[in-house]
Write a protein that binds this ligand. Structure first.
Ligand code: SF4
Length: 79
């Protein structure tokens, strides 16, 4: 059975979000400490805060590029 990645409920409202494909590796958090947070059970991360300025936007962009699961998105589909 193929599972479809969906926007995680914990993501704060806004254009960036993490999907259910996240494996909890934490790389995004190391790139953007202000913007990502781990779940209560540490199984995944989510967007805790949308970027407050251009530097934070760049940090999230770098996290998107390096994310091994390609599960950080900005398509705005789930505002
Ligand atoms: S880098 Fe990607 S897979 Fe790793 S915790 Fe962050 S969102 Fe999840």
């Amino acid at each position: 059975m193929t599972s479809v990645a969906v926007r995680l409920q914990e993501n704060v409202t806004g254009k960036y979000y993490v999907t259910s494909a996240c494996n909890g590796c934490g790389i995004c958090f190391s790139y953007a400490l202000q913007n990502f947070m781990y779940s209560n059970d540490s199984s995944h991360y989510y967007v805790y805060q949308q970027p407050a300025d251009a530097r934070e936007d760049d940090d999230i962009r770098r996290a998107m590029d390096i994310c091994p699961m390609s599960c950080i998105s900005d398509d705005g589909e789930f505002l």
